[in-house]
Design a protein around this ligand. Structure first.
Ligand SMILES: Nc1ncnc2c1ncn2[C@@H]1O[C@H](COP(=O)(O)OP(=O)(O)OP(=O)(O)O)[C@@H](O)[C@H]1O
Ligand SMILES: [Mg+2]
Length: 160
């Protein structure tokens, strides 16, 4: 079992959030599922943008507020970016096939996981955002061995 369970970062500005996203992008592996938790405007989509840019997506990363999920077909894996803030219809979860997106070949980043009312599988990592007077504080917790390995890879790369 790897030793790292929790990492914390102080991010003074948007560029720091994007840089941490890039580091996280390099540390991701197929099969991982991450919950991104924090208030409106905390930086969840910004971090996702940093991940996607690092993994070669050159287009605009929009917040999937109304579509609930956006698929990015990257060279290393498919990445599903969820924003469940407006999730209301429990049947939609099954009907839209969201359950199948959580599989060994893809990576899922989920904003507002609590809105799914327990339909989500347990994540490998929880990323919690706090809004400070100047910037953001982020805490990343590993909940599985795959999550711990990801944290170990993230920790081994140089600071943003
Ligand atoms: N470390 C930081 N310090 C200060 N501002 C930041 C930092 N990181 C991101 N921001 C800014 O905060 C805002 C965060 O917006 P973002 O859309 O990423 O939040 P979100 O958590 O996805 O919100 P929502 O729940 O509404 O989807 C953006 O304006 C971004 O520029
Ligand atoms: Mg967002």
């Amino acid at each position: 079992m790897s030793e790292f369970l929790i990492l914390r970062f102080d991010l003074p500005d948007e560029a720091a959030t994007l840089a941490l996203g890039a580091r996280l992008g390099r540390a991701l592996a197929p099969g991982l599922s991450l919950w991104l938790e924090g208030d409106l405007g905390a930086g969840k989509t910004t971090l996702t943008r940093g991940v996607l840019r690092e993994l070669g997506f050159a287009g605009r990363v929009k917040s999937p507020t109304y579509t609930l999920v956006e698929l990015y077909e990257l060279s290393r894996f498919n990445l599903y970016h969820f924003d469940l803030y407006r999730f209301v219809d429990p049947d939609e979860w099954e009907d839209a096939g969201f359950r199948e997106y959580f599989n060994a070949a893809s990576v899922c980043l989920v904003e507002w996981p609590d809105k799914a009312g327990g339909r989500l599988p347990q994540p490998d990592l929880r990323v919690q955002f706090d809004i400070l007077d100047d910037g953001r504080r982020i805490r990343i917790d590993a909940l599985t061995e795959a999550g711990r390995l990801c944290i170990a890879r993230l920790n081994s790369t140089c600071q943003p």
